[in-house]
Write a protein that binds this ligand. Structure first.
Ligand code: ADP
Length: 356
């Protein structure tokens, strides 16, 4: 009973917060200058207002400043713990039956993979998420029974590849998105691994990144040209009233958003770039349509948005990390990313547009 009351209270509070803030958050994370940049005396053009943690300025060539505001801004000194502390309330709502999507967006080399995957010494959002879900599930074990499942996939040139199938000698199955029962999008045939603890999760994540880099001549190159998605499915049963719920949490490391110079791009690279542009702008269009509450949300314009359809919009929660570089040499891409993120956040639409 106590649980039910608590749950109702949490839900009420949460709904109030949605009314106030909307369901879409954008966090900005700026990486530090790296060793090479420091050795080459690169200048930083990004300034963060420390007391606010919501604003940043980008210094232009004529010394004027462009201002940006986000739900949270993480500077070069913010560590993985600090980032996860802000992210975890959104993530753990999957245990209360909400669908959640977290994205890392930005130019290649700005820390998308660092934020999501992290390194063995400095684990990122993906691992910390599972760790936290197990912790809370255990805490609630008297009133709730949870089962957790993990899938990992890649979208490259609008094709879906399962990253949890290691045997590369077999030709990979063709994976397609199907409409499942209750209108949920599903990918039949995708491996769904039941997970019981963090060690096992770590092994699965390692398999996923290994499979991701197989079959490409340059691992970094390939991974920056594809979207990598980790899906955590939570099946919950309320032991007090017998209610069951199933919800999905998607953790997405997007392909690099950089525009590629026209001259260097031809053949395969041109095709890749077109697919990336198309899917990233489709994602931007979907989120900004949701943020501005327009009636038509164009989910079907890419595999990425189509697959995530039932986890984007409605009372689902969305969080986007816009990752940027502080280096003056990346100024153009930094501005593009910040403008994209501002559009996604929906604030340029002014007052909420309500349509029938
Ligand atoms: P992306 O996925 O956007 O291409 P990466 O995550 O591969 O970028 O980051 C590029 C490099 O910068 C990596 O060596 C990574 O460890 C480092 N890096 C990125 N963000 C940070 C950060 N906040 N602190 C320390 N190192 C970082």
């Amino acid at each position: 009973k106590k649980y039910l009351e608590e749950f109702a209270e949490r839900k009420k509070l949460y709904n109030e917060v949605i009314e106030l803030k909307g369901n879409i958050r954008v966090f900005c994370r700026c990486r530090p200058l790296n060793q090479d940049e420091i050795a080459n005396e690169a200048t930083s053009v990004v300034e963060i207002v420390p007391s606010q943690e919501q604003e940043l300025h980008v210094i232009c060539a004529d010394s004027s400043k462009k201002h940006f505001k986000f739900d949270h801004v993480f500077g070069p000194d913010a560590d993985q713990e600090a980032v996860f502390a802000q992210t975890s309330p959104v993530i753990t709502s999957v245990l209360d039956g909400y669908n959640v999507c977290i994205f890392a967006y930005g130019q290649t080399g700005t820390g998308k993979t660092f934020t999501m995957e992290g390194t063995p010494e400095n684990r990122g959002v993906n691992y910390r998420t599972l760790e936290e879900l197990f912790r809370i599930a255990d805490q609630r074990s008297r009133t709730m029974r949870y089962e957790l499942f993990v899938s990992m996939l890649e979208v490259y040139n609008e094709r879906i590849r399962d990253l949890l199938i290691e045997n590369s000698s077999e030709p990979s199955k063709k994976l397609e998105i199907k409409q499942g029962p209750e209108g949920m999008q599903e990918v039949p045939g995708l491996v769904e691994a039941r997970v019981y603890g963090t060690d096992q999760v770590w092994e699965l994540l390692k398999i996923g990144s290994r499979v991701r880099s197989v079959g490409s001549t340059n691992a970094n190159e390939q991974s920056s040209r594809s979207h990598c998605l980790l899906r955590v499915t939570v099946k919950g049963e309320n032991l007090v009233n017998g209610e069951r719920a199933k919800s999905n949490l998607w953790l997405v490391d997007l392909a690099g958003s950089e525009r590629v110079g026209r001259i260097e791009v031809e053949g395969e690279r041109l095709k890749e770039s077109q697919f990336i542009n198309k899917s990233l702008s489709a994602l931007g269009d979907v989120i900004s349509a949701l943020a501005s509450k327009t009636a038509h949300v164009p989910y079907r314009n890419s595999k990425l948005t189509h697959m995530l359809q039932s986890s984007l919009g409605g009372d689902c929660k969305t969080l986007m990390f816009v990752q940027i570089s502080p280096n003056a040499a990346d100024f153009g891409e930094t501005l593009c990313s910040l403008n994209f993120a501002t559009r996604v956040r929906g604030i340029e639409h002014g007052p909420v547009r309500k349509q029938a």
